[in-house]
Ligand binder design. Structure first.
Ligand SMILES: [Zn+2]
Ligand SMILES: [Zn+2]
Length: 198
């Protein structure tokens, strides 16, 4: 595995920002997710510009250990589509989506929203390594299909489990007790229905 490089990230307005460490194509998964939940979250935040023309979100799966928040921590906020939904971290200052995570610090996976990376820094993440939930895409060509997923998930899950075995915490997103560092806002059923793409 290569050592990877350090890449800065920022919310859209710039108040919240940080550094991703050990970024390289073989140290995470560069994926595109077309699931309805990611689209619902973008709609609920009023942040559709994070989606591509077919409703897709570019993410890079890494682990929280490699994420450093350098500024604007007080703007870190979290959205859940339902009481048991994924933790969708975003910047409250400008509503920019940041990371999507499983709600367990013990399986510490961070799906980083690639839109938060400056275009000139995106090459470090490598080419797209998979497409997820293509059936959730809007007005997409018929040949848009899922690919690359089993291998991609296997790699990152294995690294997350190893990180846990080394007893890394889920910082900066989880506290010592494994709870999210900010109380997530949970959408009501009405809010979720209203934000859901048809
Ligand atoms: Zn902001
Ligand atoms: Zn998704």
């Amino acid at each position: 595995m290569s050592r990877g490089v350090t890449v800065p990230f920022s919310c859209t307005c710039g108040k919240l920002g940080g550094t991703l460490h050990q970024i390289a194509p073989d140290r995470g998964n560069h994926l595109k997710c077309y699931c309805k939940d990611c689209q619902t979250a973008a709609n609920a935040l009023g942040y559709q510009e994070t989606l591509d023309e077919w409703g897709g979100t570019s993410i890079f799966q890494t682990i929280p250990k490699y994420v450093e928040l350098d500024r604007g921590q007080r703007h870190l906020a979290c959205l859940r589509l339902s009481p048991k939904g994924m933790l969708r971290w975003y910047a409250s200052c400008c509503s920019a989506p940041l990371f999507t995570m499983l709600p367990y610090s013990r399986i510490a996976l961070a799906g980083f929203n690639m839109a938060r990376i400056a275009p000139e820094d995106r090459a470090a993440f490598g080419p797209l390594a998979g497409v997820f939930s293509a059936k959730g895409a809007r007005n997409a060509p018929a040949d848009l299909k899922d690919w690359g997923i089993p291998k991609a998930f296997g790699l990152v899950l294995w690294r997350a489990i190893k990180a846990q075995l080394r007893s890394d915490s889920g910082a900066p997103f989880f506290d010592d007790k494994g709870m999210p560092v900010v109380t997530p806002r949970v959408l009501t059923l009405e809010e979720r229905t209203a934000a859901r793409p048809e």
